[in-house]
Write a protein that binds this ligand. Structure first.
Ligand code: NDP
Length: 249
């Protein structure tokens, strides 16, 4: 119960890593606001949180498209109205639109950067003032190992995730004096809807590069996010923590 009494927001919590993070934070005691772009999108997440033992945190769903500045602002109003403050912000919402660079359109670039990087910027901006006033809080941005290494077929996605590291380090410097830490968790290959679409031979080739010899589970990422949100990580800021089974070491 390392997060007992904390108020958390997880964007893109309808499935995959976001859902696992929301459930983990609630398991560790936090009251969690979960977002999806669709009304009812977080139903399974809410059910998973409701099934946790008594004493765990509870969850509530909110609808928000993080690419919309007004939606990010409305999210902050909704959370601050309901809970009075936000302690833990996890920017997890993300998409891919893969293609080789020569075929990648400006629209493919804009929509991925607009969601993964600008979306995180907008949500951080919506909450930063109230977190600064409270003189404390944790921001965890979900990056990717490809933000560190690059990846053929993912110029847009890798750029968005590399940008997220620069954004996070800059925010970490600006907000440290207010007691707010900002870190990135960079997963490798995690079994979710996002990776389910990859061809079997691509998955096999990736598996061969993972020293721990398995794909990551969303819960592998969620436990690390919870650690960064906890008092145990009070002196950790501006860092990128890789969770990839050793794939990129
Ligand atoms: P999924 O595709 O399973 O889930 C994506 C989530 O993002 C959904 O909840 C979706 O909500 C939400 N989302 C998408 N677009 C928007 C938007 N415009 N506004 C708000 N929410 C949105 O992805 P994963 O769980 O696999 O990935 C989660 C994060 O982890 C992403 O940032 C991804 O880049 C990162 N990551 C994933 C890896 C992997 O191997 N799976 C590896 C490295 C990083 P909705 O219900 O509206 O569809």
């Amino acid at each position: 119960m390392q997060l007992q009494g904390k108020v958390a927001l997880v964007t893109g919590a309808s499935r995959g890593i976001g859902r696992a993070v929301a459930v983990q934070l609630a398991r560790d005691g936090a009251r969690v606001y979960c977002t999806s772009t669709r009304p009812g999108g977080c139903a399974d997440t809410l059910a998973a949180v409701a099934a946790l033992p008594a004493g765990c945190g509870r969850a509530e769903a909110l609808v928000a498209d993080v690419t919309e500045p007004a939606a990010a602002e409305a999210l902050a109003v909704a959370v601050l109205d309901r809970a009075g403050r936000l302690d833990l912000l996890v920017n997890n919402a993300g998409i891919t639109r893969d293609s080789l660079f020569l075929r990648m359109t400006p629209e493919d670039f804009d929509v991925v950067v607009g969601t993964n990087l600008r979306g995180a910027f907008l949500v951080c901006k919506a909450f930063a003032r109230s977190m600064a006033r409270a003189r404390g809080g944790r921001i965890v941005n979900i990056g990717s190992v490809v933000g560190l290494t690059g990846n053929a077929g993912q110029a847009n996605y890798a750029a968005s995730k590399a940008g997220l590291i620069g954004l996070s380090k800059s925010l970490a410097q600006e907000l440290a004096g207010r007691g707010i830490t900002v870190n990135v968790v960079a997963p490798g290959f995690i079994a979710t809807d996002m990776t389910a679409v990859l061809a079997p031979e691509v998955k096999q080739a990736m598996l061969a590069q993972i020293p721990l010899q398995r794909f990551g589970e969303p819960e592998d990422v969620a436990r690390v996010v919870s650690f960064l949100c906890s008092d145990a990580a009070a002196y950790v800021t501006g860092q990128t923590l890789v969770v990839d089974g050793g794939m990129t070491m």
